[in-house]
Design a protein around this ligand. Sequence first.
Ligand code: FAD
Length: 582
Amino acid sequence: MKKIEVDGLIIGGGGAGLMSAISAFDNKASVAIVMKSLFGKAHTVMAEGGIAAVISKDDNELLHFTDTMIGGYGINDWRKVWVMVKEGKNIIKFLEERGCIFDRDEKGNILPRAFGGHSRKRTLHVKDQTGLAIMRVLQDEILKRDIKIFEKTMVVKIFVKNKKVVGALAIDFVNGEFIFFQTKFIIIATGGCGQIYKYTTNSKDVTGDGIYLAYDCGAELADMEFIQFHPTCMIEPEEKRGVLITEAVRGEGGILINKFGERFMKSAKNPDGTPKYRGRFNVPELETRDVVARAIEEQYEIGNGPVELIISKNAWRKKVKELKISTKFKILVDENLLLDDKKIKEKLSSTYEQMLKFANLDITKDGIPVRPAQHYMMGGIKTDEKNSTNIKGLFAAGECSSGIHGANRLGSNSLLDILIEGLIAGKEAAKYSKKTKFENINEEEIKKEIKNVEKIFERNKGISYLKIREKMQEIMQNYVGIKRNEKKLKFALKEIKKLQRLAEKISLKDKELKGNISLQEALETKFMLKICEVIIKSCLERKESRGAHYREDYPYLDNKNWLKRIVISKGKIKKIKVEKIP
Ligand code: FAD
C-alpha cells in the first residue's frame, strides 16, 4: 500500500471535481484529485444544451432564483439557490476569459436559448457541446497548477475519527495497488447514480459511489426520493435506449406528437376546459421536466405511442402527409416555429450527427421516437451553503450534493451548480485545512479495509455481479420509476434486500488489482444496492406527490404536511435512520 499525504483529496474528475481542485489549490491547499474516469473524460463532457446564467437585459437574479424555487416545488435550500444565481455571471466571465466562448448573434452578443421552466432565455451554449467546452477550460487550468492527478483510481472508503475526516483508501487500477491518502479534508464530487436504472442517460461510471461513501462514514443524505427522468430519450435501436436528446431541441422549437400526429401537450385540457399545459414562452413542451416526462409516459400507457420529437419543418410536412393529419391537429402546430435544415445543422449539430450515427435517422427529414429515461439525482449528500457536511473536513459538490434543485431540477442549472459548488467547496475546504491538523489513523483499520475488498478474490465459486446488477436495474426501472405506489415500493425493497444478501457471495475470475474492471464494477454494484435501499425508503416515507416524486396512491401536492426534506443517515446496527426537516 502506497501512502500519500496532502491537505485535501478531491474525489471525481467531472466539472465539480476539477473546479473544486482549482479553487482549493488557489486558496493555498495542496491537493490531489482521483477519478475512475480518464482525465478530461468524465460524464460532464456529455452535457449538451447549455449553462444557465443571468446575462440578458430582461432578466435578473431574483427571476432566476424564483424560477429555480418554483421548479423545485419550494423545498430547495433557498440559501444555496441564491448563492448559485448570484455567482452565475462571474462563472461565465471565468469561462469566457479562458476560451469557452458562448454562441453569439451577428452583433456579438451572447445568444441564450429557452429551456423548460426558465421564464427568460438564459441557457448559454457552445452549439450543443457546452459540457465539453467547459471541461476543456477546467482541464487546462488544472494542468497549469501543481495538482496531482490519479486516473482510473477508485476511492472505496473514507475514514473518519470523532466525526472528523482522516483520509481515504483508493484502488489505483493502472498500477494495481492500494493508495491511502492521509488528508485534512475530502471533497466528494462523484456525480449522480444513474446506473441503478435500466434506462439512463448517464455514462457507465455514474454509480453513486460518493453518495454511498458519505453515508458509510456517517454523513447525512437528503432528498433521495427525487430522481429526474429526462422526457426525451432514444428508444431505438434497443442498445441505444436511454441516450439523451437534449432539451435544446425543444428549446429551439421542437414539438411532441403521438402516433396520431396530435400535439398532445397543446391539446390537453383541464376539466374546466382551460389548457392543461402552458409551459414557458407559451410552449407546452417547455413545462418542467417532471411534467413533460409524465405527459409522454401517459401517452404510452394509453396506447398512443410512440411519441415523436419533431424539430424540422420538412419532418412535420412529411408526417402530415404520411398520417393524413386532420385540420383539428394541424392547427396545434405553427410550422414557422420549426427549423429549416441549415439552422438544425448549425444549432443542433451534435444531435443531428448523433441521430445519424446511432439510429440512422436524419432529423431534418424525420421525427425522433422518444420516451423518458433516468437522467439526474436531485438528492444526495446533505451540504450547507459552504458545501460542508455534518462530518468535519468532509465537503461535497456537484450532482452528488443535494439541496439546490429541490424536487425537480431545471435544465441547464446543473452545469452552473457544479461550477459554483466546486468553487465554494474548494475555497471553504482550503480555509478549513489552515486551522486543522492531520489526524493519525491506526494502520490496522486500513489493513482491515483492504482485506474487506480482497475477500472477493477468496471465493472461487459464487455469483456474478453482472446478474445482480441487471436485476437491480430491472427492479428500479419497473417499481421505482416515474410513477410509484406503496405496493410497488415495498416489493422493490424486499427484492433489493435479497440482492444485497446475494452480493455478499460475488466471486470474480480475475484476481489481480491491475486493470480489474470486474472488481470495480462489483464494488460499484454493492454501493448501488445500498443507495437503492435509501431511495426506496425515502420514496415510501414521502406520502404525497411533488416534482419528480409521483405517488399513484398520494397523487396530490401536500404543502400542509410536506414542505419538508427527508434526511437519511446511518443508524445503529446497520439500520437506516430517517428524519424530516422543515
Ligand atoms: P460527473 O461529471 O459525473 O463526474 C464524476 C466524477 O467522479 C467522474 O470523474 C467519475 O469517474 C468520478 N468518480 C465516481 N466515483 C468515484 C470513485 N469511487 N472514486 C474516484 N472517482 C470517482 N446539465 C446542464 O446543466 N446542462 C446540460 O446541457 C446538460 N446536459 C446533459 C446531457 C447528458 C447526456 C447528461 C447525462 C447530463 C446532462 N446534464 C446537463 C447534467 C450534468 O451534465 C451533470 O449533472 C454534471 O455534469 C455532473 O457533474 P459532476 O462533476 O457532479 O459529476
